[in-house]
Design a protein around this ligand. Structure first.
Ligand SMILES: Cc1cc2nc3c(=O)[nH]c(=O)nc-3n(C[C@H](O)[C@H](O)[C@H](O)COP(=O)(O)OP(=O)(O)OC[C@H]3O[C@@H](n4cnc5c(N)ncnc54)[C@H](O)[C@@H]3O)c2cc1C
Length: 383
């Protein structure tokens, strides 16, 4: 396993870092307070090619490999977790699922606009009564001639009110995972409703929505992948998604560390910068080691993906460790700021609020542990 970034990765990292410093960080607090990033950021992400990594150029993508995707998400996470999340979902979960499972027609219909940032996609799996237990989802798709009629409710859907296309997971057969299919649903379809969810602890710049489906009609050509294979598509997307979330966790933790290091050299107490106190250095050292460990776990997954090897358990390990690291690190960094960490004059309180969701979505920490435990023991704790 080779952890060296090559020239192309380094160039992407430097370009992304400079772009984030100019286009994201200066506006991040205002977006957080306004509960919305500037929607124009989506077009800018597209212009930079950041919504097309790992998508072939013939569909409007910008190429690059899985490690490039991790490098990008770390830099975006360092800038603003809401912006990182828009990319994680639209590119990581939606465009890549279309790339892997879509028909030629579906790829040509959606990928160029998604890659260009002319729109975003959303990934609608979670329901009000079904979160971790996703294989028991209740949203139904019923056959009606050559069409399907989708009915149900989805909750906490990132990009939900901005997206022009939603990957919707719905039950087309019997109970359990094998009865689920996936559909590419245009969000302007009659019967498709969406309501913004307000009052989030963090990721306030990101649009999160409840989606309702009242007999939403889609043709059979909107089905993504084979009938009954929807759960496999969801889990395949989430396995790689967890790697991306882990990379984003590294970014937000790094942002908190950078801010804490700078503050510690400027803030003077007892006649000396607080950086000169060993207990403060201990906090910074602990965060730095945590970050490097998390990054290596995320990059190990990228390495396995690129070599075509199994990576699901390693993705759970990376997501578990990196998300807990992000919460731990941002919380510790806040300590360095004393009372100033508790208000949003400095970015560190936002980093902590943004980090908190990372142990919850794309599989909670408990779910990651059960997946790792299943791989270790062969015993499935979910049944
Ligand atoms: C900001 C935000 C954005 C999101 N974006 C999306 C999105 O774009 N698309 C999407 O589909 N979903 C999205 N989600 C939903 C997210 O993936 C779910 O919230 C998550 O899967 C957990 O489901 P739940 O909230 O229903 O919690 P529950 O599943 O009800 O879990 C509650 C608690 O019980 C624990 N628990 C559950 N089952 C077990 C078990 N077997 N063993 C041990 N502990 C268990 C959990 O770990 C957790 O601690 C988002 C959520 C948020 C907050």
């Amino acid at each position: 396993m080779d952890f060296e970034l090559d020239d192309a990765h380094r160039e992407l990292r430097d370009v992304a870092r400079a772009w984030v410093d100019k286009e994201v960080i200066p506006f991040s607090r205002d977006w957080d307070r306004a509960e919305s990033v500037d929607p124009a950021i989506i077009g800018k992400l597209g212009d930079m090619g950041f919504l097309g990594i790992e998508i072939p150029e013939e569909y409007g993508g910008s190429g690059g490999d899985t490690l490039a995707y991790c490098v990008l998400l770390e830099e975006l996470g360092r800038g603003d977790s809401s912006v990182r999340g828009i990319v994680s979902v639209s590119l990581g979960l939606v465009s890549k699922s279309i790339k892997y499972f879509g028909t030629e027609e579906q790829k040509r219909q959606w990928l160029p606009r998604l890659c260009a940032g002319e729109t975003v996609g959303c990934f609608a799996l979670t329901e009000p009564d079904i979160g971790s237990d996703a294989s028991n989802l209740k949203t139904r798709a019923e056959r009606d001639g050559d069409d399907w009629l989708i009915s149900g409710t989805k909750i906490f859907i990132t990009n939900g009110t901005w997206a022009e296309v939603a990957i919707v997971f719905a039950r087309t057969g019997g109970p359990g995972a094998k009865g689920i299919s996936a559909f590419l649903v245009p969000t302007d379809s009659p019967g498709f409703g969406r309501t913004e969810i307000h009052g989030k602890l963090g990721l306030r710049g990101q649009r999160t929505a409840e989606l309702t489906f009242d007999k939403v009609r889609v043709p059979d050509s909107a089905r993504l992948g084979e009938e009954g294979k929807g759960f496999r598509i969801a889990m395949s997307a989430l396995d790689k998604g967890r790697m991306g979330v882990a990379a984003g966790c590294v970014g937000v933790a790094k942002a908190a560390l950078e801010a804490a290091v700078q503050y510690s050299t400027e803030r003077v107490q007892f006649g000396k910068p607080i950086a000169s106190y060993q207990l403060v250095q201990e906090i910074l050292a602990d965060i730095a080691v945590d970050i490097d460990a998390a990054r290596l776990l995320a990059w190990r997954v990228a390495d396995l993906v690129q070599k075509g090897k199994p990576f699901g358990t390693e993705a759970s390990m990376a997501k578990l460790f990196a998300s807990e690291c992000a919460v731990r690190s941002t919380n510790k960094a806040l300590e360095v700021f004393g009372g100033y960490g508790f208000i949003d004059e400095y970015p560190v309180s936002k980093h902590l609020r943004d980090a908190r969701v990372l142990t919850l979505y794309e599989g909670t920490s408990q779910i990651q542990k059960l997946l790792i435990g299943r791989a270790l023991t062969g015993v499935n704790a979910f049944v």
